[in-house]
Design a protein around this ligand. Structure first.
Ligand code: HEM
Length: 131
């Protein structure tokens, strides 16, 4: 039925999709996101999303979310931003992050859409080095 279809769409999406609760704890993560960051699902469910980013954002991300909860003022929700992710092996890569807020019943979650930019960035560097 509908829930199964939606699940299949998310599981097969090319972009990474991660949902967190309002404290930044990972609740769902699709296979694309797992591949991008180099983890198994068990290693990330229940962890803070900050494990997926380098400093200084890693240390600040809880505050980013708390600030938004208190002020309602968004810096990425509905806007998007290019940010850096950190893989399990410690390497860092650029991606386009989109975040949306989802309110359902009495709960609020955030959904992050992750579009890898490492290939484009490498191509840009190659083009620049030719000129
Ligand atoms: C806010 C970085 C992943 C949810 C922010 C801000 C930055 C950031 C820089 C805004 C700080 C500000 O200007 O006040 C990152 C980095 C990520 C990442 C580097 C790399 C993994 C995610 C993911 C989600 C998420 C996957 C959701 C599943 C949020 C929320 C906010 C936020 C809810 C506060 C609302 C807002 O500012 O619009 N993050 N983030 N972040 N991020 Fe992340």
């Amino acid at each position: 039925e509908r829930a199964k279809l939606l699940n299949a769409i998310i599981e097969n999406a090319i972009d990474g999709i991660i949902t967190i609760d309002e404290f930044g704890i990972i609740e769902h993560i699709n296979p694309s996101a797992l591949t991008l960051f180099g983890y198994n699902r068990d290693e990330l469910i229940g962890k803070n999303v900050s494990v997926l980013m380098p400093q200084p954002d890693k240390a600040r991300h809880d505050h980013y979310i708390a600030n938004y909860r208190h002020s309602g003022h968004a810096h990425i929700i509905g806007i998007g931003r290019e940010v850096q992710g950190q893989r399990r092996d410690g390497s860092v890569f650029p991606f386009r992050l989109g975040v949306s807020e989802v309110k359902f019943s009495d709960r609020r979650i955030f959904t992050g859409f992750i579009h890898d930019l490492s290939r484009q960035k490498e191509d840009e560097l190659k083009i620049k080095s030719y000129t």
